[in-house]
Structures are given as C-alpha cells and as structure tokens.
Design a protein. Structure first.
Length: 329
C-alpha cells in the first residue's frame, strides 16, 4: 500500500475509532437534537445574508462567517456550553463559514461537537502554524480528529509574517508539500495563506504559489497604515481572483471606543465594500452579539465612495491604536 493511501486510511480509521468511543447513546441523542434543530431552522431564520462567490474557488458563501478565536467562548477553556450554544445558533441563522485553527485552544473541539451533523452544508476552514511538511501533517491529523471530519474545505498556512517563513514553507521539505499531498488525497479542498503582520509577505506568498484564498486584516483603520493590507495585498489577490476573507474587521471592538465609528454597520460595511473582498469572519462574545452581527450582515449594502471616505476620515486620527494587531507575528 502506498504511503499516501496509508496516511489517508490512518486518518479515516482514527476518526472512526473516535466516533465509536462516543457510543450508540450519544449518537442517538445527537440524531434527535439534529432533527429538532432542522425542524426549527425555518422558523428561526428571518432572512438571508447576501452571498458572494469566494474567488476562484467557485463556492458561493454568505458574506459573514463565524470566527473561532479571540473574544469568544469557542477558544476559551471551561465555556463549552456557551460555545455550543453559539455554534448552534450560527447554524440556525444560516452562517456556513466557520473559521478555526490548530492553536485556537479548544476551538476545534467545540466545533467538532456540533458541526458533524451539518457537515455537508458548512464551509469548514482551519489552519496550521507549522512551516515544515511533517509538522503540518501532524497538525492536519489532529485537526481532523478534533473537528470529527475526514475532510476540510479550506486548510491555511497560519499567520505567515517573515520572508524566512516563506522560504521554509516552499522548501523541499516545507509545509507546501503537505498542502499538495492533502489536496491530491482529497483531504482538503482548497488551500490558503493568512497574515496580519506584513502585507508584503502575504503578497509574495500569493505570487509564489496559486493559493485559493487569503485571510488578511482589512478594516477601516488599516487603510491608513503606512504598509496597508488594503493597498499592498488586496490588489494582488484581486488580480488573481483569489478568495479574500477579511479579519480584524472591528479591531476587537476598539473601533467603537471613543466613537471612532458608530458600530458594526460601519466597520463591516466598510470592509465588505472594499473591491476584491468576498466575506469576513468575526468572533462573537455571546449569542446576542452573534445575532447582532448577523443582522448587520443581513442588512448590508455596498457603501458608495463618499460613505467610504467619511469613514476613512473618522479613522485617520486613530489608526495606530486600531491596528495594534500588526505587531503580532
């Protein structure tokens, strides 16, 4: 048997064993809960969000997805019940894009307790921080087990920040080999690169390899940074029809302090009106906040140039404190 088949069979059998351990009683309960949730979805959803095609992936997705890290119970220990309630509510609202990573604490495990029942209708994305092939494969195997799935819609290289990282990723034993192997084995559908530190590095990565997507920092304050993702990475992605997912949209809520912006309608409205952006992922502190963000996404209409300029004027004096994440690597 080839090493590729062995690898895939190992993953599949591991997931099967994990499912068996859960027991027949748990499966029966899950089926009952799934049926009840399905019956309630039509009543729970009061309207749909706008959708866009995620670049060259050809996949049509709502413009707003759920983030799995940050100020959210999904990535915090001891808050499983809150995390489950939020994920279930996201499904009810019609959210289909779920973002997580191998190093987001219990995020993958929390998603794995809910999403398998809805696997065919969600777009599941996770990430690896490994830069070498073997390390990336280990991350992938663990992610699949925690998420209780045998496939990912999107697997991404996480927070790529330096040229040295790119060189390692694209070396003979680099993480890009794991991406290619996993894609050939149909364990992953699409590949991506993410970053919130240096747009030139993300742009270089997009030039060096035909990634399907990129997840980058795009908000109304980021526009003013001297090395802005808006000016230095987004145009490259747009020219290659790469799916662009925006993150750090409200800058962890800092954009709403001191009345820099009035609320999420301006933060999300600005980001989703940038040419080339297809969707955004935002974490929620609670079910209530998730519902509020959903309502903003549902009501979204592209802003015109004068509306964008007015928002940019408001963020010009506060861009440094609202792009604090640019220091992270």
């Amino acid at each position: 048997m080839s090493s590729k088949k062995t690898r895939r069979n190992f993953i599949l059998s591991s997931i099967a064993v994990a499912g068996t351990i859960a027991g027949a009683k748990a499966i029966e309960q899950q089926n009952s809960e799934t049926a009840a949730a399905a019956n309630n979805i039509a009543a729970a959803v009061t309207g749909k969000m706008p959708e866009r095609i995620l670049g060259k992936t050809g996949i049509k997705l709502p413009i707003f997805g759920l983030g799995g890290a940050g100020q959210t119970p999904l990535s915090q220990q001891g808050r499983e019940a809150e995390a489950r309630a939020q994920i279930e509510r996201a499904i009810e609202l019609g959210i289909r894009y779920f973002d997580t990573a191998s190093d987001y604490g219990p995020s993958e495990e929390n998603l794995g307790k809910v999403l398998p029942a809805y696997r065919s209708r969600v777009f599941l994305a996770t990430k690896t921080s490994a830069r070498d092939r073997d390390g990336a494969w280990r991350d992938l195997e663990k992610s699949l087990k925690r998420l209780k799935t045998d496939r990912l819609d999107l697997w991404q290289l996480h927070h790529v920040s330096f040229k040295e990282e790119l060189d390692q990723i694209f070396s003979a034993k680099g993480a890009i080999r794991a991406i290619e192997e996993a894609k050939q084995q149909k364990i992953i559908r699409f590949s991506g690169i993410t970053g919130h530190h240096e747009p030139a590095i993300i742009a270089a990565g997009l030039q060096r390899y035909p990634f399907d997507t990129t997840l980058i920092s795009l908000n109304a304050a980021e526009k003013h940074h001297p090395r802005s993702f808006v000016a230095n990475a987004l145009p490259i992605a747009k020219s290659k029809n790469i799916g662009v997912i925006a993150m750090k949209v409200p800058a962890y809520g800092k954009l709403f302090k001191n009345r820099v912006l009035d609320g999420m309608h301006q933060a999300m409205g600005y980001t989703l009106s940038l040419p080339g952006v297809h969707c955004c992922v935002i974490a929620a502190e609670s079910v209530k906040q998730l519902e509020e963000n959903f309502q903003v996404a549902r009501a979204f209409k592209p802003l015109n140039r004068s509306q964008m300029a007015a928002i940019e004027k408001r963020t010009a004096v506060a861009w440094e404190e609202n792009t604090f994440f640019r220091q992270w690597t």
